[in-house]
Structure formats: structure tokens, C-alpha cells
Design a protein around this ligand. Structure first.
Ligand code: MG
Length: 282
């Protein structure tokens, strides 16, 4: 089949020097890619105009995944704060930090639906005993769920409770399906039918040949772009494998970016990478 990458595409290393990168997000208003170096508790910004990467926030509350809200504000997952937070004019405000009277684990990745609801995963990687990606602590509600937050009312409800370590997540274009990667023992991506404010009918959609899917994104053609141990793998909505983009380091996450959204930005262990695409992804 025709490659989804530009004809002369290569994997460019844009910056290196992190311990473990995560949470890439193209921010159109700033023309930067924000990404986290979680163990060093900092957020970096790659400037697409100058090619420079600078520290954007440190300490950063061990932020992990992030996404844009409809109004252009950034919603971040904070391991250190055990919360989901919204950044407005540089200030961070909590939008979810507890469930059933106890604290969340360590929110990992987040998406915002068209109705404004905020969906996020809550595995324990930021509270384990190593303290490498946050502060050691307990799993207080006794699970690792995917949650849906209604920011208007503050209502927070679990929507997926049958995964071991839910991690990256993304909606299909029409938001009738939610994809969630499990980086616990299952190491697969499951698909769930989205119901009225919930999820049902979870089924295994795909696995990658090496490692596990951590972060994933869905493009305009409903293809899934999945991080993996040996790069990025692209799948159809039916789980058919379409393309492999080899990356020299283990990939944690990815995002589409550039003014035309025809670039793929990849966080791979110590580095930020870019690959040019054949067409706009979104
Ligand atoms: Mg993740």
C-alpha cells in the first residue's frame, strides 16, 4: 500500500537529553510541541519556528499526558498532584483529584470529547515505590479506572473498570468508540462502545509486535497511530496493521502537529522526534 509518510520522510531527532519523555502536544497558538521529561519533573517546549527546545515548566508536578480543550486551554495529567488540571494563562487549576472520597492514583493520559467531557486514565505509575515519576503512595480506591469528568457539574464517574493499567486513550472520529491501551500484563488496545456517558462491550482490538502501546492518536481517516517498543504502528479501525515507522528508541507517545497538521511528533525515551506525513492527519 501507499505509505502514510511523506515521500522523503525520515525520523528526525529534534532534541535529546531527557530521561523519559511523554505527553507530546502541538499547541497551535504557540506553535510549539510541549512534552514532559517526567523523572526530571519538567515540561519542555520545542519551537517549530526556531527549532529550539527550552524548559517550559519545572518543577511541573510530574505531568504526563495532555490535550487541548475546545477553548484552546491545555488539560494536563499530573502524577505529583494525583490530579487532572487545566492550564489557563500559565496557571494550573485542579479539575479532578478524587473519586469516592479518596485520591486518584496518577492520571496518565487524557482526551476531551466534543461535549466538553474530560476522559482520562488512572494507572499507578506515578505512585509506585521508586518515586521515579512522582511520589510513592497507595492505590486508594482499589483499582485503575478510566474516568469521565463533566467539568460543568464536577461529576466524575468510572467508565472502564476492567483494565489492569489503562494508559493511552483516544476516540474514534465520531466518538462512538473509545480506544484504551493497557500497559499492564495484557499489553493490548481495547475498543469500547461509548454509550450515554459510559462504555460497554470492551473487546481486544490490537497488539503491537514489540512492547506495549502507551500513547495513541486517531487521525481523520479513523486510523490508530500507536506507540510501541520499536516505533510507531498504524492500524485501521478494524485492527488491520497498515504501517510501521521504526524509531531508534522505545516510543511512549505521539501527536500530530505543524501548521498543516501533516507532521507526527514522537516522544521516544530520551528524545523528541518528527516524521513528515504524506497528508494532513486531521
Ligand atoms: Mg502514557
Amino acid at each position: 500500500m501507499t505509505s502514510l509518510l511523506a515521500e522523503d520522510a525520515r525520523v528526525e531527532q529534534l532534541w535529546t537529553g531527557a530521561e523519559w519523555t511523554e505527553g507530546p502536544l502541538w499547541v497551535p497558538s504557540r506553535r510549539v510541541v510541549l512534552f514532559s521529561d517526567i523523572p526530571n519533573d519538567r515540561v519542555l517546549a520545542y519551537d517549530a519556528a526556531t527549532g529550539e527546545t527550552v524548559v517550559d515548566r519545572q518543577p511541573a508536578g510530574f505531568q504526563n499526558g495532555r490535550t487541548l480543550d475546545a477553548d484552546g486551554s491545555i488539560v494536563h495529567c499530573s502524577h505529583g498532584g494525583r490530579r487532572v488540571e487545566r492550564e489557563v494563562d500559565g496557571a494550573l487549576e485542579t479539575i479532578a483529584d478524587g473519586f469516592d472520597g479518596v485520591r486518584l492514583n496518577s492520571p496518565n493520559d487524557v482526551v476531551v470529547a466534543r461535549d466538553g467531557s474530560v476522559w482520562f486514565t488512572d494507572p499507578p505509575y506515578g505512585i509506585d515505590d521508586s518515586g521515579r515519576e512522582g511520589h510513592p503512595g497507595d492505590e486508594e480506591y482499589g483499582g485503575c479506572f478510566v474516568f469521565r469528568l463533566d467539568p460543568a457539574t464536577g461529576d466524575l464517574r468510572p467508565v472502564v473498570t476492567d483494565m489492569e493499567h489503562p494508559n493511552g486513550l483516544a476516540f474514534s472520529r465520531d466518538e462512538t468508540v473509545l480506544y484504551v491501551a493497557d500497559t499492564g500484563a495484557p499489553q493490548h488496545v481495547r475498543a469500547y462502545d461509548v454509550t450515554d456517558g459510559g462504555c460497554e462491550n470492551g473487546r481486544v482490538l490490537l497488539t503491537v509486535p514489540e512492547g506495549a502501546v502507551d500513547g495513541l492518536r486517531v487521525d481523520a481517516a479513523d486510523r490508530l497511530w500507536c506507540s510501541a517498543g520499536d516505533g510507531v504502528h498504524v492500524f485501521s479501525a478494524e485492527g488491520e496493521h497498515l504501517e510501521h515507522v521504526p524509531v531508534p528508541e522505545v516510543v511512549s507517545n505521539l501527536c500530530f502537529g505543524g501548521d498543516a497538521l501533516d507532521e507526527l511528533y514522537i516522544t521516544g525515551t530520551t528524545s523528541l522526534y518528527r516524521v513528515r506525513l504524506a497528508a494532513p492527519a486531521l
